[in-house]
Design a protein around this ligand. Structure first.
Ligand SMILES: *[C@@H]1O[C@H](CO)[C@@H](O)[C@H](O)[C@H]1NC(C)=O
Ligand SMILES: *[C@@H]1O[C@H](CO)[C@@H](O)[C@H](O)[C@H]1NC(C)=O
Ligand SMILES: *[C@@H]1O[C@H](CO)[C@@H](O)[C@H](O)[C@H]1NC(C)=O
Ligand SMILES: *[C@@H]1O[C@H](CO)[C@@H](O)[C@H](O)[C@H]1NC(C)=O
Ligand SMILES: *[C@@H]1O[C@H](CO)[C@@H](O)[C@H](O)[C@H]1NC(C)=O
Ligand SMILES: *[C@@H]1O[C@H](CO)[C@@H](O)[C@H](O)[C@H]1NC(C)=O
Ligand SMILES: *[C@@H]1O[C@H](CO)[C@@H](O)[C@H](O)[C@H]1NC(C)=O
Ligand SMILES: *[C@@H]1O[C@H](CO)[C@@H](O)[C@H](O)[C@H]1NC(C)=O
Ligand SMILES: *[C@@H]1O[C@H](CO)[C@@H](O)[C@H](O)[C@H]1NC(C)=O
Length: 596
């Protein structure tokens, strides 16, 4: 066992050393270059070397270097699947052309050391690389052994080349985009509040942006000392148009959020900025009117149970009064006045010398009456103060069954169809109202128009929720059970070869880390109010007078009562008439008998 442990320790020790660059057997030139590679490795770690170009000094150096090496002779036409901690060694100033965009994007940020013939001008080479959007470039001449000087391209400086001494302490590569010295970033905003809102500053009259996406970008520009160049010709552009412009390199950053539903746009978008849900925004169901409350609490099943209870109590009362079934008849059971009055909570005559059993039954009757009357009283009063609501939408299938269709823009519908969203397929097409004009659909939603239900992302809902706190009653609710997706990634469109993409992603995460994004989002509604994009008005259109019970609502009870009275009178008259007629018949029969 011990020897195994010792062997493992030895292997671990060896492995730790293998990662180092070993200097074994080399010429003088190799020695200097290896020192340079060591210096670069100290500046920023790399674990892979990509050697590009025809045979040169680098090829002999790498034989003595214990780092993974990828050799590429002429074309970069392959998918870069190796480490991203790569140092590129380039033999000669040729720039790799062709190759997939994914490879060039992955390698764009990597440092590149170029070996030059003695007669090349470093500044020209830097310009060539700059045009190809390669910024991390250092150059060494073939007489590097003697001069020991390294030329490094500095994009934001004049002259654009810096000479660095191998033995000096000056860094060879620096993060150039840390300070962009006022360089312009081309932006195109989509002006969808509350993400991006344009306004004119009262102090200096400049056009400025606010909103939780706009703030992210203005802060970034400030951080890297850049200026924002707004495309004034068409300040409001749709998301699809901005996406297309990002793909065609017509802008640097789009000030909007696009859903990364499709992996093909990962190259032209940032790291996800917001993770949010994409759900329905459904109208709060209406309350039942007051005149229906009584009908609601009269449940046939409960009435049936009460009726059975009444019959049972009647039978028990009849039996226990004389301890016999003598008085048992349908009329006595159905029209038992003690049982009826007892259940209705009315007083009724209590026999003077009642037996124990009879008293027990009266106790049960009284208890039942207290339970019934208090239950209905409580039911009725609580429903009158707060009437129950109509049923909510519970699934995508019955979205249409409440006469409220879903208003959606054609863009969103296409996105959901393209991604084969399983929830979306459950909705019948008849239940959708598709708007070709996206802003029109959003206007209806912003106005809380009650003709439709809507689709909303979680971040947008936050400001609606904030706005609804001002309403007398909320109009819509965020249906957490009715989501097309509970997790969508929203990212900012970026140009494919944006050289400061990594700085932007880092900035974005820092803003989240410090809680700025959350703060901006919670303030977005009040920013909208401040800029006049929405108002503090109550859009719930509360009814000025909520009709309570009117005489009209109970008139039908009176009418039925009148009809019943009329029927009773009729029956009474009929009874008297029948009696009179019987007596008259008897009298006549007697007369006939007498005459006989
Ligand atoms: C060092 O390299 C030379 C040729 O450049 C070779 O002759 C010699 O054997 C090598 N030595 C070792 C120890 O590899
Ligand atoms: C890189 O990965 C892709 C997809 O995973 C594959 O098609 C390609 O052959 C790989 N390239 C290399 C050089 O391994
Ligand atoms: C690569 O990017 C260029 C623009 O930078 C674009 O025109 C081209 O279509 C992209 N190629 C692929 C395969 O996406
Ligand atoms: C190296 O070459 C450059 C360009 O040819 C020349 O200007 C420089 O003096 C050379 N350095 C040495 C030490 O020979
Ligand atoms: C580089 O630094 C060394 C030692 O610090 C110094 O002797 C040498 O003159 C420097 N060379 C240049 C070109 O600055
Ligand atoms: C920012 O850029 C401006 C040029 O637009 C420059 O004058 C200024 O010095 C830069 N700020 C910093 C801190 O470098
Ligand atoms: C992704 O987008 C491309 C072009 O925009 C489209 O051709 C492709 O079908 C999309 N893929 C999916 C899965 O939506
Ligand atoms: C969509 O998904 C369902 C199952 O989830 C599958 O049966 C159907 O073929 C898919 N349709 C498309 C166009 O991918
Ligand atoms: C709501 O939208 C419908 C259809 O677009 C329209 O007819 C109606 O006037 C709107 N209602 C309000 C209160 O704006």
């Amino acid at each position: 066992m011990t020897w195994l442990v010792i062997l493992l320790c030895f292997l671990g020790y060896m492995a730790a050393h293998i990662a180092d660059i070993s200097v074994q057997n080399q010429s003088l030139m190799d020695n200097e270059l290896i020192n340079l590679l060591l210096k670069l490795r100290n500046e920023e770690f790399y674990d892979t070397l990509l050697v590009y170009g025809k045979d040169c000094e680098f090829h002999s150096v790498i034989k003595n270097v214990d780092v993974a090496v990828v050799l590429v002779s002429d074309s970069m036409n392959f998918e870069w699947n190796f480490s991203s901690l790569t140092l590129i060694l380039s033999c000669g100033p040729d720039i790799d052309n062709g190759g997939p965009n994914s490879t060039s994007i992955k390698l764009q940020r990597n440092r590149r050391l170029v070996l030059l013939k003695e007669d090349f001008q470093p500044s020209n080479i830097c310009n060539i690389y700059t045009q190809k959007e390669q910024y991390n470039i250092a150059l060494v001449r073939e007489n590097f052994t003697k001069s020991k000087s390294i030329y490094t391209c500095r994009y934001f400086q004049d002259p654009n080349v810096d000479e660095v001494n191998l033995s000096g302490t000056k860094p060879i590569f620096i993060e150039q985009f840390q300070n962009m010295k006022g360089k312009a970033i081309r932006i195109v905003p989509d002006l969808l509040p509350p993400r991006v809102m344009l306004y004119q500053d009262a102090n200096d009259g400049e056009l400025k942006m606010i909103g939780y996406v706009a703030n992210l970008i203005t802060n970034f520009a400030q951080k890297v000392n850049a200026t924002l160049q707004l495309d004034f010709l068409k300040p409001s552009t749709s998301i699809t148009e901005i996406s297309r412009m990002a793909k065609d390199d017509e802008l640097d950053m789009g000030i909007t959020l696009e859903a990364s539903l499709n992996t093909s746009n990962l190259e032209t978008s940032s790291y996800p900025y917001l993770l949010t849900s994409y759900c329905l925004m459904v109208q709060v169901p209406a309350k039942f009117p007051y005149n229906l409350v009584y009908a609601l609490i009269v449940d046939p099943l409960v009435l049936g149970i009460i009726f059975v209870l009444f019959l049972l109590l009647s039978v028990l009362l009849i039996y226990s009064q004389k301890m016999s079934w003598q008085d048992l008849s349908v009329a006595n059971i159905l029209l038992n006045d003690k049982s009826l009055r007892g259940l209705l909570g009315q007083s009724f005559p209590f026999p003077l010398n009642a037996s124990k059993k009879l008293r027990l039954i009266f106790t049960i009757l009284c208890f039942a009456s207290i339970m019934l009357t208090t239950m209905y009283e409580a039911y009725l009063q609580s429903f009158f103060t707060n009437p129950p609501s109509e049923p909510e939408i519970c699934s995508f299938q019955d979205v249409g069954s409440y006469n409220r269709r879903i208003a959606m823009s054609a863009l969103e519908v296409n996105g959901l169809i393209k991604t084969n969203n399983s929830h979306f397929r459950e909705i019948r097409m008849d239940d959708l109202e598709i708007f070709d004009n996206m802003p029109e659909c959003y206007e209806l939603r912003d106005a809380f128009n009650l003709s439709y239900n809507y689709v909303v992302t979680g971040d947008r809902w936050r400001s609606y929720a904030e706005q609804q706190t001002l309403f007398k009653e909320p109009v819509f609710y965020f249906a957490r059970d009715l989501c097309f997706s509970r997790l969508i990634f929203l990212s900012v469109p970026l140009r494919r070869h944006l050289p400061y993409r990594h700085l932007f992603d880092e900035h974005m995460m820092q803003q989240h880390e410090f809680g700025f994004v959350n703060y901006w989002m919670s303030h977005s509604f009040f920013d909208m109010v401040r800029l006049g994009l929405t108002s503090l008005k109550d859009l719930s259109r509360p009814l000025a007078y909520t009709p309570s019970l009117l005489m009209d609502d109970i008139s039908w009870i009176m009418k039925i009562y009148l009809a019943a009275i009329v029927l009773c009178v009729f029956c009474f008259l009929l009874e008297i008439g029948v009696d009179k007629w019987k007596r008259w018949m008897k009298f006549r029969n007697l007369q006939i008998l007498n005459t006989c």
